[in-house]
Design a protein around this ligand. Sequence first.
Ligand SMILES: Cc1ncc(COP(=O)(O)O)c(C=O)c1O
Length: 561
Amino acid sequence: MRSHWLSEYSLSTENEQRLEKLYQEIQKESEHFLGYPCSSVFDYSALYRFLQFPLNNAGDPYLPSNYHLNTHDFECEVISIFQQLAQAPAGTTWGYVTNGGTEGNHYGLFLSRELFPEGMVYYSQDAHYSIDKILRCLNLHSIMIRSQPNGCMDLEDLREALRIHRDIPPIVCATIGTTMKGAVDDILGIQEIFKDLALSRHYLHADAALGGMILPFMDNPPPWNFTSGIDSISISGHKMIGSPIPCGIVLAKKRNVDRIAQSVEYIGTLDTTLSGSRNAITPLFLWYAFQTIGVRGFKDIIPRCLQVADYSIQELNKLDHHAWRHPYSNTVVFDRPPAPVTQNWQIACQGSLSHLIAMPHVTVAHIDRFMADIRAAQPQIIARSQPFTACETLAENNTQEIIIVGGTDGHLLTDVSAALASVGISIEGLIAVKVEEGTMLRLRVNDRDRALQILNQTLDIGRCYGQSRPFNTEEAAQILSQVEYQAVSGDALLVELEDKAGSLATLMKKCHEKQISIRSVRLLWRGKEKAIVELASAEPTQLKAMLADQALTSELVDLSS
Ligand SMILES: Cc1ncc(COP(=O)(O)O)c(C=O)c1O
């Protein structure tokens, strides 16, 4: 603090220690920061001195204001840089530095509502969660459009929704780099639909939180900016650019901004933004990044990020995690790893999927450490002395359960299901997980004692069960807690089976014959006559082809008739 009588009020030792502890924790956590799109490599120390002033950018950045401690000139330069990146004509577009991507989306949708108060907003299932909230704030009617499995808005669904509501001006909120999968919505496809349905009054907002700082630096990017007919765009400033304080940029057509402008005598300027007081430091961070790294630097950074993303995909695939990315995205999507990994690493998870984002601070060394943790969290085979080992679970309420671990040659599920089928024992519940050196099965059967007896006879497991238990309760519980995650797969197929002893055995035998390795099996549902099984395989295409084969279908039907 500059010299002032207030400087005698200082922090207690206890509070200083708390701050130090927080600093240490944040420093440690930043080593495991993989799943969120915020770059943590930057050096803005040259700007620290500006923190000693009560800076404020209230009001329109382009107009003089009564509040002189502002950075409006720098903000306007930043806007001009983004106008060039987004090919927004300087004469007809306008912008300001926001508090983040969310505010930019709010602003774009606010302008759209002022233009079409009766409009209907269309946004995809994969749009950022903020869109839903903004629509509630603005009291706008909306329809959520289905997404394709790759995260892009399903244009057939959009076309149908627009066709039904042709009398209402559409406001489409497209995403340029979705949060979970990095998908880019097809802007030109959306425009085509407007044209086909003769919807001349429309508004198109682009949420380009992360993509808006990737696509401008790539060769032949998909259409995303003002040349493709968008009306407004929101880009985050703390993501690829790495502003240490959240911020963003919104650009919009001037004629739409003019509709909402209000003159305010107190600040002596036009109120054209969402917030009143506005951050005046963040425009300096953005300006500084473009004066140092600049367009040339970002053209260098983006391909490096994509190389690290590709390296992660290669390494995850080696570990049997289905991993992929969109060509214009540094977001790598993969099967959700077990809990110890998600607890230790900051990766984002949604259902059975996780992603990591190869931001500038993510290196090959980070990825290698991450892979080592995934490898270490794979369930280990405890007993290897016999081909198969089984023990009952000691879970108190589930006395009909059996765990079997083993089968290094991949026969385990085939043999176990055949053995149970041979004496008509029905499998009520099943999880099969491929572990590092074989398979682990967790079975719920209708007659456990008999099942153990037949498994003992057939699979030679008697010596292990009851005498030298291959693993104790805690170990079993620990393995089982990981099984739930291992069993989830992005490319699982659902198979309907006749609910008869032997159906599963036939299916497994076929997989085995065709050398299709099964990663996980779950009995999802069991009705009176049918059961639905979820199969995940490392060779999903071959598995699909096999399941489509009429010969297999008739064999399954024969078996039950
Ligand atoms: C597609 C998308 N839109 C909007 C946002 C929100 O941006 P911000 O965190 O800058 O408010 C995000 C954040 O991750 C995002 O991924």
